[in-house]
Design a protein around this ligand. Structure first.
Ligand code: IMP
Length: 183
């Protein structure tokens, strides 16, 4: 089945393509869009999908994601993209300098628009923020350690990131949903 994916983020596209390849043929629409102001990823994803549904007739999905750090009251959360651009990984590590509680979670919310309806798929991964930058990847990959990865950051996991990641979880739910539709 062919579905459009709307995002200006090439890394997200590469990960979704990898996770969904057996079931969904993704057509990437490399477009930026103005995200509504909200402290909730689901609201952002739904509002963005409604807005895009005026322009795309075919099935499409988009994703809103965020890193929520407990000792910072959930910051940067919905502001993750902005904070990454402004502070980067070094800035986040500085905010946590000397902080003992380094627990955090990564959340991915997919909004799928198909047949005039929006369906949400959420993926959540608990983890911690590393003491230093480790590995490659993109965004916060080098500083986020999912709980089950033997201490490796997303950036050190390479393609195995998908087995642990917030996106791996939300995309697997999307894949199963589409799999049932086409069965
Ligand atoms: P948005 O979903 O485009 O609003 O962006 C959320 C921001 O969170 C991205 O710009 C990245 O900085 C960060 N982010 C989301 N998912 C990941 C990931 O899988 N790895 C690293 N950073 C991520």
């Amino acid at each position: 089945m062919k579905i459009y994916f709307v995002s200006s983020n090439k890394h997200k596209y590469i990960e979704f393509r990898r996770i969904l390849k057996d079931v969904i043929d993704i057509n990437w629409i490399n477009a930026d869009y103005l995200e509504p102001q909200s402290d909730n990823l689901i609201d952002v994803a739904i509002t963005s999908a409604k807005w895009f549904s005026h322009y795309i007739e075919e099935p499409f999905f988009l994703e809103d994601a965020g890193l929520f750090i407990d000792s910072l009251g959930g910051f940067p959360g919905v502001y993750s993209s902005y904070v990454f651009k402004r502070l980067g990984n070094n800035g986040v590590l500085k905010l946590l300098d000397g902080v003992e509680n380094r627990s955090a979670r990564f959340v991915s919310v997919i909004a799928l628009h198909i047949g005039g309806r929006i369906t949400i798929f959420e993926g959540v991964v608990e983890g911690t923020i590393s003491e230093e930058i480790r590995g490659g990847g993109w965004g916060f990959d080098p500083i986020f350690i999912p709980n089950e990865s033997n201490g490796k950051t997303y950036g050190e996991l390479g393609e195995n990131k998908d087995l642990f990641s917030h996106r791996g979880r939300s995309a697997t739910k999307l894949r199963d949903f589409i799999g049932r539709l086409v069965a």
